[in-house]
Design a protein around this ligand. Structure first.
Ligand code: ADP
Ligand code: MG
Length: 714
């Protein structure tokens, strides 16, 4: 299909669109490329995050405190003060009142040019400060009596570092003129009361002064409805298309043989499967017998027993003479799987290979050779399993644990790996973060879902307590007590997960500032380790974080699993997979800094044995509103599905899915929680288009997603 950008825009833009990484781009152009703003149509569809009303000037006397307003007046006074920090304070008088403008970062030149008598037009939030009304860091423009006011609301675009609003506004302006905005969707698909795409885009980029800022801001304006519909439709179409494409792929047929490895494995397991585990095993077994590749998500709460389901699925494939790969997002988790699977399967004659980035060259060569020859029927590891040097002899089934923790790049790499043979392997993904139905309907329209909805018997529920950090000593006493009874304890400290790249694109799209993310800081976890070691001299206290060498990590984990260490101070490296049933107390420090699903995953490390377990969430005051909601949710329920629903409520779907879940193509305009009614219309339209207007469906996907369509399939 020809690129629309190349066909329609000027030569220069087309040339740069063809080479997104071209070295001759300016800094703002590069920043635009990072946001996926390559083609004219991408820019035309890059809609404002919000609008600023610079069409009116509000007299100070009428302005309310807390309101964001534009004010114009004359500088009366201007001085640098030191109140804790050096700051520039400008006193502005508009004839109806006075306001202090306060700048913590300023240039000397600003102090000079904003001198007494100068007329300023400023825009900012009005607050009551210690010395009267003030604005902190307002936008400032020097004006004359005759400077005209804006006639339209001023759009503010999602930008991000290195991309000034003024530059982006100009780029959007130009692109809007060039971009092909003809109607792609046939009549009857779009509800007739909405504007055309062209009208909708024009009115959102340049709303008339009479437009309601509220309707624009809350996205209820018909123009927004049209855009949201288009966006959801593109997602839905690309998902359905991926599903249709998959139906043409061929995969090995893996029948369930009586008395095969599958049955023998069931025979040696130290427990009976739960009814839910049996049900999902059957669903998977049915998929494996089909000549099309399985594309299934296995979801089940933390501790619901997904690993054994993976092992049983692998047994079916291996019995049929095919290899399996099991990939986990962290080395610690991969190692736990490796041990468990070796324990179950080696006595049954299965050879299991082990692949991670930290293997020594010689060991790695041996493992790679065993994989390539087919001698190893099962390969367990981190994403090293899908690296280019890994050659499978006959890969039949790929198992991805905690799939949502893998980055987009890794998913694309997995895709490529799976594409290698003549037959495509089956794919089973596992996740403990249940996906709400609305999300499953859109993002995951091309995925089958199996759910384990019960926990194995004999688990005692976890009691969760929320304490202010001031009660730390009491908590340490509690640890002494628990360890005295023979139990073990986790103490978790916050730290950005080292395996996670921060995604600037997602940040910018969501209007967050990447630079504001806390830096990688190990001081918290090391201090707490020292503190606990000193407070509990009679107790073995271990330290675990991602920056330790792999061998040391493994040793610490080992000693904790064997019970030589009683307390493990750790970062979120223990978030997934760690399974020590004797641990019955978990303390999470600065719990307010963790996301809800992360807290739930962490808490799932306890409550794995028969003794009653406790999770203590320590927080530092003051708590934000969403922090309060998260901690309350944790105290009120241990049900992962309920947690997931609340998480969706608190964060909204865009953030809930995150960039890792959905690629660069996360929804920018539609809100799945709010726009459920639209979703039904979109699903209908998608079916109709694919059946009756496949050409239009293609053009629509291309217009909205361009190259991003690839990410969506990952
Ligand atoms: P998750 O779903 O979080 O990955 P795991 O697979 O790690 O859970 O299982 C958690 C624990 O429960 C493991 O120790 C596992 O051996 C055990 N387990 C799994 N299924 C059952 C069962 N049916 N009965 C008893 N224990 C089970
Ligand atoms: Mg697991």
């Amino acid at each position: 299909m020809p690129r629309q950008a190349a066909a329609s825009s000027n030569a220069k833009a087309a040339a740069s669109a063809a080479k997104p990484d071209a070295p001759n781009l300016s800094a703002p152009q590069k920043a635009m490329h990072r946001l996926g703003l390559v083609r004219d149509i991408d820019l035309a569809l890059h809609l404002p995050l919000r609008y600023e009303d610079e069409t009116v000037i509000t007299p100070l006397r009428q302005a309310r405190d807390g309101q964001t307003v534009q004010v114009e007046g004359v500088v009366r006074d201007n001085r640098v003060e030191v109140r804790g920090r050096r700051q520039l304070v400008v006193k502005l008088d508009d004839g109806t009142g006075e306001v202090l403008l306060r700048f913590l970062n300023f240039y000397g030149s600003q102090q000079k040019s904003w001198g007494p008598g100068v007329r300023l037009r400023v825009r900012g939030e009005l607050r009551v400060g210690f010395f009267g009304r003030e604005m902190v860091h307002p936008n400032v423009r020097i004006v004359s009596d005759a400077t005209p006011l804006s006639t339209a609301l001023t759009p503010v675009y999602p930008a991000g570092a290195g991309l000034p609003q003024a530059y982006l506004r100009k780029a959007v302006e130009g692109a809007l003129k060039r971009a092909p905005l003809d109607e792609v969707l046939p009549a009857g698909v779009v509800p007739p009361q909405w504007p055309s795409l062209r009208q909708a885009l024009h009115s959102l980029h340049h709303p008339s002064p009479s437009a309601s800022v509220d309707a624009l801001t809350d996205h209820s304006d018909p123009a927004w409805q049209r855009l949201k519909f288009e966006e959801l439709l593109a997602q839905q179409l690309s998902r359905l298309q991926a599903k249709a494409e998959r139906a043409h792929l061929k995969a090995p047929v893996l029948p369930l043989r009586p008395q095969g490895l599958h049955e023998r494995l069931l025979g040696v397991l130290p427990f009976e499967l739960t009814a839910a585990q049996r049900r999902v095993c059957e669903e998977i077994a049915l998929d494996l017998q089909r000549p099309q590749p399985m594309h299934r998500l296995l979801q089940g709460d933390v501790g619901s027993g997904k690993t054994v389901v993976a092992a049983l699925s692998a047994a079916i494939a291996m019995e049929a003479g095919w290899q399996c790969a099991l990939m986990a997002p962290t080395e610690i988790l991969a190692e736990q799987h490796f041990r468990k699977l070796v324990g179950w399967l080696e006595p049954l004659g299965v050879k299991v290979a082990w692949l991670t980035g930290s293997l020594k060259a010689k060991a790695k060569r041996e493992q790679l050779a065993a994989v390539a020859s087919g001698e190893a029927q099962l390969v367990v590891g981190t994403h090293a399993v899908i690296q280019d040097q890994v050659e499978f002899s006959r890969l039949g089934l790929a198992l991805i644990d905690e799939q949502h923790r893998f980055g987009v790049a890794q998913r694309l790499q997995l895709r490529r790996k799976l594409d290698e043979g003549d037959l495509e392997p089956h794919l089973l993904m596992m996740s403990a973060t249940p996906i709400p139905r609305t999300l499953a309907m859109t993002y995951l329209a091309d995925l089958e879902v199996s759910t384990i909805d019960e926990l194995p018997p004999g688990r005692t529920p976890i009691v969760t307590k929320v304490f202010a950090d001031t009660r730390r000593e009491e908590v340490i006493e509690r640890i002494r007590h628990e360890v005295g009874k023979g139990s073990q304890v986790y103490w978790v400290c916050p730290l950005i997960d080292e395996t996670e790249e921060t995604d600037q694109t997602a940040d910018a799209m969501a209007g967050r500032d990447s630079a504001k993310r806390p830096p990688l800081d190990l001081s918290n976890v090391t201090h707490t380790h020292i503190e606990l070691s000193e407070a509990l001299p009679e107790v073995g206290v271990g330290l675990l974080h991602g920056r330790l060498p792999a061998a040391e990590k493994a040793e610490v984990m080992d000693r904790f699993a064997r019970g030589e260490l009683h307390v493990l101070v750790a970062t979120t490296v223990i978030e997934v997979g760690v399974d020590v049933p004797n641990a019955s107390l978990m303390v999470i420090e600065h719990a307010e800094r963790f996301g809800l699903s992360q807290l739930h995953q962490l808490r799932g490390r306890v409550g794995r044995g028969a003794v009653a377990s406790v999770c203590v969430l320590l927080y530092a005051s003051p708590l934000s509103d969403s922090g309060k909601q998260r901690l309350r949710a944790m105290a009120e329920t241990t049900d992962g599905f309920e947690i997931s629903r609340r998480d969706l409520d608190i964060r909204g779907p865009g953030e809930f899915m995150g960039a890792r879940q959905s690629g660069a193509a996360l929804l920018r305009f539609a809100d799945l929680a709010e726009d459920q009614a639209l979703l039904a219309q979109v699903q209908q339209a998608a079916q109709l288009l694919l059946k009756q207007h496949p050409e239009a469906a293609q053009r629509h996907i291309h217009r909205w997603l361009g190259q991003k369509a690839e990410y969506l399939k990952a």
